[in-house]
Design a protein around this ligand. Structure first.
Ligand code: SF4
Length: 206
């Protein structure tokens, strides 16, 4: 089953039995970013706050382990799943090893997801914790910074435990969810997910 088919399988929620969604706290406007901001404003995610057919659980894994504000961190030597498997590390911009704290944060996120019976997670892409499609490869402050296809540590933890994760820039996937939670929403067939953009295809040569 491909990603869109999986999303189509989501039930149609109601006010009495809303869709149980986990969101990166910053995507809901909470100022838990590394610099004490909300990492910008993402209307595609904020839209979910307007519906009573969605029950949103917000969590910031990095704030849980490292507080806010904090240093910026990235994954070195692999992607999030490699960190969980002990094959890659999470390092801050100044070189502090945050691997253990990030794994603990991912376990907390999974615990919350299980306790809340989460049906779908919408997480902030690019983050070493929450990224689900594209993350940095090593330090994002390097002059020759590069990206890799993959999930951050906390998204990887959810995915490997069977929880579907999409990002705030997977616009085609988001359209399917909007239509589930709002019977009046007409799916816009011109929207695409991040992995379908020209930038993605050109950068990763896929
Ligand atoms: S760890 Fe996740 S929720 Fe927290 S600021 Fe980063 S992207 Fe947002």
């Amino acid at each position: 089953m491909n990603e869109r088919e999986q999303l189509n399988e989501l039930r149609v929620p109601s006010k009495d039995n809303p869709l149980r969604m986990l969101m990166s706290a910053c995507l809901t406007g909470i100022t838990c970013g590394y610099d004490g901001s909300a990492n910008g404003e993402y209307p595609s995610a904020l839209k979910f706050l307007n519906y009573d057919t969605v029950k949103i659980t917000r969590f910031c894994p990095e704030e849980f382990s490292f507080g806010s504000p904090r240093e910026m961190c990235d994954i070195h030597g692999g992607a999030g799943i490699d960190v969980l498997n002990g094959k890659a590390k999470v390092l801050t911009a100044s070189g502090k090893d945050w691997t253990d704290g990030m794994i603990q944060a991912s376990e907390k996120m999974l615990e919350i997801a299980k306790n809340e019976n989460i049906e779908i997670a919408v997480l902030m892409d690019i983050s070493a914790a929450c990224g689900s499609q594209v993350i940095y490869q090593g330090n994002r402050f390097d002059d020759n910074k590069t990206y890799q296809i993959g999930a951050g540590v906390c998204a990887a933890q959810l995915i490997r435990n069977g929880i579907k994760v999409i990002s705030q820039r997977d616009f085609a996937s988001l359209e399917i969810i909007y239509a589930k939670i709002d019977y009046q929403h007409v799916i816009d067939p011109t929207k695409i997910d991040h992995h379908e953009t020209e930038w993605y295809k050109n950068y990763f040569k896929v």
